[in-house]
Design a protein around this ligand. Structure first.
Ligand SMILES: Nc1ncnc2c1ncn2[C@@H]1O[C@H](COP(=O)(O)OP(=O)(O)OP(=O)(O)O)[C@@H](O)[C@H]1O
Length: 301
């Protein structure tokens, strides 16, 4: 498996803020990677470095074998569309569509036209007057019609209506099949994009806390719910990432797979065992460290 984006020991500091802290990730070629995590986790900072628009304070990065920063041939292989893309004041859609092919050697005008129609982007309105969702639609046109070998989509769903999101998914999947590419997609609409993602990277406080295939990542934790004492017994010392207690009942997201012995004990004690959704996983890794259940029980007494 070839690595398209190779990130080794990357840190990025802004004054006293450490936005990325010793990040190492190998993103395989032609995979669709979800870059997930809480607000401020470091997703945009990492995308900017992959896109060659920013430099790491430490560490190194290779995109298709080269450091992207100020390396023209590599930059031409990358499209980066971000949530706050800015355009000159007088720009309308046709300006962007005319200029884009100069920056995107694989530009496909038919894909662009199909998206412009389907997403109902107004042609005559200055871009600075477009609604939030319409601006996201322009970014999606650029992101998909560029057919760039490395496509970075930062929050592509912001403000998009449900029909537009569905069209984006359909064309994204069709486009990947027609011309495979490595895609990094950052979003907070996790369940909506979960079925698209081959892999997930979850950042928290600038560190990688999950980097795995999506299904394996979901199986790296287990959800338990039931009587607090019974849940505590089933946990048998497993680390708890997130917990909620209401009265005598507790639900937890705990580290580790749901093996046979856990299931047997849970069954015996009347504790429910469930598989985590991707959203459960992201939420758990972004949660503050919960108090031990022992302490919760003590407080209740
Ligand atoms: N230019 C900058 N100067 C100072 N701090 C910055 C700068 N850019 C980012 N940061 C800080 O770095 C951290 C990571 O920010 P980043 O934008 O990468 O997060 P994010 O995961 O994309 O968040 P969100 O989901 O809210 O978009 C935050 O604490 C942010 O305030």
């Amino acid at each position: 498996m070839t690595t398209a984006i190779d990130i080794r020991g990357v840190s990025r500091r802004f004054g006293r803020v450490t936005a990325l802290d010793d990040v190492s990730i190998a993103m395989p070629e032609h995979s669709l990677v979800g870059l997930l995590g809480r607000n401020g986790a470091g997703k945009t900072t990492l995308m900017s470095i992959i896109a060659g628009q920013d430099r790491a304070s430490e560490g190194r990065i290779a995109v298709l074998g080269h450091t992207p920063f100020e390396h023209g041939p590599t930059l031409r292989q990358i499209i980066y569309v971000r949530d706050n893309q800015r355009y000159p004041d007088d720009y309308r859609l046709h300006h962007v569509l005319r200029i884009a092919p100069a920056f995107a050697p694989n530009w496909d005008a038919d894909v662009a036209d199909e998206l412009v129609d389907g997403l109902r982007i107004p042609a005559k309105t200055p871009l600075k007057k477009l609604s939030r969702g319409q601006l996201s639609s322009v970014a999606i046109v650029l992101g998909l019609a560029s057919r760039a070998p490395v496509t970075l989509l930062d929050e592509p769903y912001l403000g998009l209506d449900v029909t537009a999101r569905s069209l984006f998914h359909t064309i994204l999947l069709r486009e990947i099949a027609a011309q495979p590419r490595t895609i990094v997609l950052s979003t907070h609409l996790i369940e909506e994009s979960a079925s698209l993602l081959d892999r997930v990277v979850i950042l928290d406080h600038g560190k990688v806390v999950v980097d795995d295939e999506t299904e394996a990542a979901r199986d790296s934790v287990v959800l338990l719910s039931g009587n607090t004492d019974a849940v505590d017994r089933v946990l048998s010392g497993r680390p708890v990432l997130e917990s909620h207690t209401m009265g005598a009942m507790t639900s937890v997201t705990a580290a580790g797979a749901a093996d046979d012995s856990l299931r047997a004990l849970a069954d015996e004690l009347g504790v429910q065992v469930a598989r985590a959704t991707l959203q459960d996983l992201v939420s758990a890794h972004g949660a503050e460290t919960p108090e031990p259940l022992e302490l919760k029980k003590a407080i209740r007494v």
